[in-house]
Write a new protein. Structure first.
Length: 240
């Protein structure tokens, strides 16, 4: 019985610089224009926004100027914000733990997906299908490992040194780095004293709160994973 690797012709997995139909030239591209200008500007703009937004969130001030609030990092989500007294509820573990909980899985999943695209054993052995479908295989493999017990699309070979290690680390981080901030947040909330309702209290039993929670979850998930999904399953669907 032949394995997947034995049945896979070399020409099927070679692409890009190693594609058999590509001219044998040393240069990576024959373009003479400054094609890198637009991607560089986009990259610089996004990095600058990430740096600014991170700094602005941790400064924890200048978030409310009557009658406006910052739509990006303000803890005031309604016009009934209590001003300077409200952010005091978000100090220590109960401020940092939710951010860690939200960011740890996207960070580890997207990082390993990006690194895997440059690993030679992934393109030569692990991925049966090049292009968008092969990228989708990587997305699914690391997403399932980081969020669950790990599974894979048919066609991907995960039994390599890199894939075994990367998937194991993703699964390890997905377990413990969610448990730790959760326990830290629970301990911080237990130590808090009950505070009577005030003008800054936002009721959690109203339809508005439900809509806000669902909206935040959907927006954060879309902003986090939509770019990588656009390079994989969305492109593959559009090519059908």
């Amino acid at each position: 019985m032949t394995t997947t690797d034995e049945r896979r012709p070399r020409a099927q997995i070679d692409n890009g610089f190693r594609a058999p139909g590509r001219a044998r030239i040393a240069a990576g591209s024959l373009r003479k224009d400054r094609w890198w200008t637009a991607p560089l500007i986009t990259f610089g703009t996004l990095v600058a926004f990430i740096v600014y937004s991170t700094w602005a969130a941790f400064v924890n001030r200048d978030y409310f100027i009557d009658p406006y609030i910052s739509p990006f990092y303000s803890p005031c989500i309604t016009t009934q914000c209590a001003g300077d007294t409200f952010p005091k509820l978000f100090t220590g573990p109960d401020f940092i733990a939710p951010a860690i909980y939200i960011l740890v899985i996207p960070a580890v999943v997207l990082t390993f997906i990006a690194i895997s695209t440059f690993v030679r054993s992934v393109s030569d052995v692990s991925l049966l299908n090049p292009g968008a479908h092969g990228f989708t295989e990587l997305i699914y493999a690391f997403t399932s490992a980081g969020n669950n017990n790990g599974s894979a699309f048919a066609g991907i070979t995960a039994n390599t040194a890199w894939m075994n290690t990367a998937l194991a680390v993703a699964m390890l981080v997905g377990r413990f780095f969610l448990i730790i901030p959760t326990l830290a947040l629970a301990g911080a909330l237990v130590r808090k004293r009950r505070v009577p309702p005030s003008a800054g209290t936002f009721p959690t039993h109203t339809p508005l709160f439900v809509v806000l929670v669902i909206g935040v979850v959907a927006i954060v998930a879309a902003l986090t994973f939509l770019p990588v999904l656009a390079l994989g399953p969305i492109v593959e669907l559009l090519k059908i």
